[in-house]
Every structure is written in C-alpha cells, then in structure tokens.
Design a protein around this ligand. Structure first.
Ligand code: FAD
Length: 473
C-alpha cells in the first residue's frame, strides 16, 4: 500500500493525499452520521489529467474509488463502504468556471464547483442557474449531476439532467471522455452523457460540465398558504398553473408535523403564522420582465380561489420572501436535530398524490405510532418526502431503529409502486437503498443496468458496493 500512496503523492503532491485517521474522519462518514466507512487515503486532484492518472494507478493496484463532492448526499452514496481497499476522491480543488457564453446561454465549469458559487457566477452574467436546494452552500456540481439532483425548481426548469448540455468524464480505466459541448442538438449517436448523470459515481468520475443558463428573473412574488387537506393543495396547484403558466416557478408543501419539527429544533427560523393547518404551501411566481407586477395578480388570483385555503401571506419584500424560503430550507436540518429520520423520496403521478398522502399517513400511524409523521416536498412535481422521525429522547438502540426503518420502507415502497411511482425521485439509491431498489426493479431493467456497469467498469472499482451492490450482485 505504501507504494500506492507514494505514487499518488507523486501525481498530486504530498499535501493532496491525506492518510491519517483524524484527517480521514469527515470524509468517511455521511452527512447524517449514519454510515461510516474505511479508506486508505483521501486524494484531492487539481485537474482532469491528475484524476485520470489517479484512476489508472487505482486500476493497477486494484483499489476501489469513491468519488465525493460536498458529501451532503442522503443515502450513503459518497461514503467508502466497499469490502476492499479504497480511496475517497474529492473534487474540491477543481472549482473553476472554464468559460461562459451569453449568446449560447451556457457555462462550462469544473465539477468541484460549489452549487452556490455556480448560481453566483450566473448572476454576475445577469443569468439564472435554476437548481436550488437546501445544501447548495456545500454540494458540488459533480454531486448534483451524479444524483440527478432535483430541488425546488424542477416544476419550471427540470432536474439536473435537463440542465446539462455536455460533460467531461474520467472513465473507470482512466481514459478521458470529452463531451464538453454546448450544442443544443446533435443526432449523430445516443447521448452518452446520460450514462453518467444519476449514476452516483458508479460509471466514472465527472470532472467538468457544460450547463444551461436562463434569463434572470427581474421580479418574484412569494406566498405562504394554509390549507386543510391535500385535495386543496392539488386544486390550488392546478389553478396556479392555469393562471400563471411558466411564471409559477416553485410549489412546495410542508405538513403540520414537519412545521412543528422545525419550530421545535430550529430557534433561528421565524414563523410569521400560527402552525394550525394540515398543510402549508409555499408558492413562488417569477418573471424576467419587471411589468406587470406579479404581486397584485397573485393577490387577485388568490382572492378568486379563497375557499381553497384558510390564510394567505404574500411577502411584501425580498427579505420577507427569503424568510419564507428559510422555513422550507430548514426541513432537513430540523428533522435531523429532532431525531432518527426514516426518510423517503417517493415521486408519484400528480393525480395520485392525494391517495399517496392518505395511505402513507394511515400506514405510518398504524405501524409506528411512536414516530413523528412529517411530510414535505416538491408537490409541484409529485416528489413528497415522507419522514417517520423517532425522537432522540427515546434513546432507542441502532438495531431497533433499523428494524423500524425496514418495516416502514417496505410499506412506503408498496404504496409508491402500486401508485406507479418511483422510490427515489432525487436522492438516489447509494448504499442505503440497495435492497429496496432490487425489490422494486423489473428484472429486464436490472439485467441491462448490470450489463452497462460491467461494460464500463469490468473490475467494479468505481464507487463499489453502491446501487447494484457488491460486485454488481
Ligand atoms: C439540507 C439538505 C437538503 C437537500 N435537499 C435536496 C433537494 O432538495 N434535492 C435534491 O436532489 N437533493 C437534496 N439533498 C441531497 C444532496 O444535497 C444532493 O444529492 C446533492 O446533489 C449532492 O451533492 P454533493 O456534492 O454533496 O454529493 P456527494 O454527497 O458528495 O455525492 C453524491 C453522489 O455523487 C457521487 N459524486 C460526487 N461527485 C462526483 C463526481 N465528480 N463524479 C462522479 N460522482 C460523483 C458520489 O460518489 C455519490 O454517489 C439535500 C441534502 C441536504 C443535506
């Protein structure tokens, strides 16, 4: 192993290879602190050539590689959990904007660029990069691509996949695949970038990307609405779409249980309303023109739909709008503070959301009465995160919590599948959900996925023991 470490240091420099137990600690544990792996080193390459050389070195020594971005993933996908020697490959030092084109509305970046910095780079060009999520201050473009991240703007702009024009990838044999194009159309062959988007680092290491930019909104109108049942939520969504079309840029919901959890555990979050309704919806309208003013139009539309909600608050200025968003962006942190989170990432067709909420709520109350039921998510695209949170106060043992998780997962998967949904809309499978993924995936689809993996990564070194399990089994 010392020969491997010495060669790695020759490639990236002494200071870019960490090996001490203390230095490795933050990189071998996941964001929730639920999974802890092992690694012989954490390596920080500075450019694509160095990534390629490190990958070739790993192949030579039969060492597995866990690519890691900001380590904010929620399913253990970035934690080194293979049963063989492995390294963590961090992309932090590859964080540059490579080029921009205002004419093409596109930006080329290194994959280690933090999402927030990408948003800011777009802003300085008077453009919008629309991906937005609670972890945007630490997650990286490579992680966003590899999980096909969704966030709060999918309703209007799609997922990370939809925002991507080109990619640069270091393949599992160390070859560099250059697909860094800004072309909006190309019919010469199948679009190879899709082999890597959403692959959670199991097909290669993404080192660069060309991403779409959009005109920057000149105005926004943000509102919070209290609703008493989910039927009212979907009726309101439809009414907003019909009135505002693409000006509706976000439609998020939080259940009463979810708001109570945030209130209890996040003292720095301000609630401008009493938590007494079954649901609160956060609505955002935006427009690239300054006129007509959206706020009075939203007010008028809400006035016409008054029976749907019990209270409506329209932000009077941008800081109030940000305060509304802060509540929404506090769900993950607040839930983690409250207790052991058994979380789900289901997406169902919009018509099935009401049935989904009803069936899931009944099941969780029956199966796990001691859990706090909290639901939040992107109701505008059908992705609801259902959480059963076991408060830390109960001090339950790990084995008991894992038992509860298995019971709840099975029920959520059954309901999601029956409603023609998917068990992972945006977080991925990683390590945590391998069994669940196998349970719900059709055998023809599974065989194809395994064959693609074997073709690209015959030695199974790339993020080993994720999605398909150890050695693709
Ligand atoms: C508070 C909070 C809120 C969140 N909200 C959302 C949300 O609304 N929507 C959403 O989709 N997700 C959300 N997430 C999950 C997470 O932030 C996203 O999945 C994010 O895209 C992960 O990026 P990362 O850089 O942290 O990746 P990591 O966690 O470091 O890695 C995730 C996966 O990508 C792989 N990977 C990372 N970089 C590369 C690379 N360069 N090449 C190949 N593979 C790579 C890793 O191996 C791993 O499989 C949230 C997480 C938190 C903590």
């Amino acid at each position: 192993m010392s020969e491997f470490i010495k060669s790695a240091r020759d490639i990236v420099g002494e200071a870019s290879v960490l090996t001490s137990k203390q230095a490795l600690e933050p990189f071998i544990t996941d964001w929730r602190g639920r999974f802890k792996g092992e690694a012989i080193a954490v390596i920080f390459p500075k450019n694509t050539k160095e990534v390629s050389e490190i990958v070739k070195l790993c192949v030579k020594h039969n060492i597995a590689i866990t690519p890691q971005g900001g380590n904010t993933g929620l399913c253990g996908a970035a934690t080194p959990l293979a049963n063989q020697p492995q390294i963590v490959l961090r992309l932090d030092k590859m964080n540059k904007v490579r080029w921009v084109s205002k004419l093409h509305d596109s930006i080329a970046v290194d994959s280690g660029l933090i999402l927030k910095q990408l948003q800011m780079a777009a802003e300085t060009l008077d453009r919008l990069f629309p991906l937005s999520l609670g972890a945007e201050g630490s997650c990286q473009v490579g992680g966003n691509l590899s999980t096909n991240a969704g966030g709060t703007a999918v309703l209007r702009f799609g997922t990370m996949r939809d925002l991507t024009l080109g990619l640069e990838v270091v393949l599992p044999n160390g070859d560099i695949l250059n697909l860094m194009t800004a072309l909006r159309k190309d019919s010469t062959h199948i679009d190879l970038k899709h082999l890597f988007i959403g692959a959670e680092g199991t097909h290669g290491i993404i080192t660069g990307a060309v991403l779409k930019l959009f005109p920057r909104p000149k105005q926004k109108s943000i509102a919070l609405l209290k609703l008493e049942d989910f039927k009212a939520v979907t009726t309101l969504l439809l009414a907003l779409r019909e009135s505002f079309g693409d000006q509706l840029s976000a439609f998020e919901v939080m259940s009463r249980g979810q708001l109570e959890v945030i209130k209890e555990t996040m003292p720095n979050v301000t609630f401008p309303f009493k938590i007494d309704s079954a649901w609160v919806a956060l609505v955002e309208l935006s427009d690239t023109r300054l006129l007509p003013d959206l706020a009075p139009l939203l007010e008028e539309m809400l006035f016409e739909n008054e029976p749907l909600y019990s209270e409506a608050l329209i932000a009077q200025n941008s800081s109030q709008g940000e305060a509304f968003w802060k509540i929404r962006h506090s769900v993950s942190e607040g839930s983690k503070n409250y207790g052991y989170v058994i979380s789900h990432d289901s997406v169902v067709p919009l018509e099935a959301q009401e049935a989904f909420v009803e069936q899931i709520s009944t099941s969780i109350k029956r199966l796990l009465p001691e859990a706090k039921l909290a639901i939040h998510g992107h109701a505008g695209d059908g992705n609801l995160h259902v959480l059963g949170i076991i408060t830390h106060h109960l001090k339950l043992e790990k084995a008991k919590l894992e038992g509860y998780t298995a019971v709840l997962n099975e029920e959520v998967d059954r309901i999601t599948h029956a409603l023609n949904g998917s068990i992972s809309a945006e977080h991925g499978i990683g390590y945590a959900h391998i069994k669940r993924f196998k349970r719900v995936t059709d055998s023809v689809e599974m065989t194809l996925l395994k064959n693609i993996k074997t073709l690209l990564d015959p030695h199974s070194l790339m993020n080993a023991n994720k999605i398909l399990g150890e050695k693709h089994e």
